[in-house]
Design a protein around this ligand. Sequence first.
Ligand SMILES: Cc1ncc(COP(=O)(O)O)c(C=O)c1O
Length: 309
Amino acid sequence: MSGERPRFLFFDGKIVPYADAKVHVLSTVFKYAAAIFEGIRAYHNEQTGQLYIFRLKEHLDRLQDSANIARIPLPYAADEIQDHLVRLIKKNELRQDVHIRISAYVSEDDGRLQSTGPIGLSMAAIPMGRYDALAPSEGLKVGVSAWRRLSDESMPPRVKSIANYQNSRLALLDALAAGFQDAILLDARGKVTEGPGYNIFIVRDGQVMTPPVTYGILEGVTRDTLIRLFSEAHGLTVMQREIDRTELYVADEVFFCGSGKEVTPIGSIDHRKVGTGGMGPLTEKIKETYFDVAKGKRQGYGGWLVPVY
Ligand SMILES: Cc1ncc(COP(=O)(O)O)c(C=O)c1O
């Protein structure tokens, strides 16, 4: 995260200066975390000078799914959100890699738990370089969390709601306090789910695996992208199946993936080296393919990109 503040945000139906996007402390979102969101990336292609928003449609579809489950009806249709977002990026004159956050929240200031409106929708487009510029080359040092991932029976991880990130935060902060750089969460049965804000893949004996979407994970857009690219670009079918904790320890490669995390290798888990440590060969391959596609450098994937300019 660059920590840079954008000059303008989208808030209350308009593009406003950064300082003017405010929500009341007695609002239902502030009191009860009644909000859903999306985190998206746009990549700048130096050769064409174009900025491409990556798989915006799929992110907006997921936002709509979250809205339906959480009863936070979106105040705009997907094409209106896209138009406002493109205008916002242009207004901020962004011609570099960008992180986008779209939030929908119950802005009603009676602070009642059951309030379902009015709904506010805010958007931020912030300059943000690739995660690997910050990530350790030997891969992340990760610990399996003692906290368990929340579940579809109580707080559905399929919903990208801000409340769910308290579960992620407990795991991440404990991992950091224990000297790790990141965490992996298991479900109540002890099976692998995902990281605090990213999905997980493992490779063993050439077989790529990831937990199914019914195993306590967010249905990641990057996860879906990689499953498609493993098959279409590398001829490998990703197996979606339950993964034991100890399979993490015997895997040849393990990596996180997500819009923010992109494709990030894990170097050790619970102080056990993953494979030979560092970036494994399949992780490296899929990472390269991913960035080629996201930056508009690979034929056949134009449908995943929304050009801003
Ligand atoms: C809990 C969780 N899992 C997975 C992901 C990856 O999802 P995506 O690839 O759509 O960004 C995210 C990040 O958005 C997340 O917060």
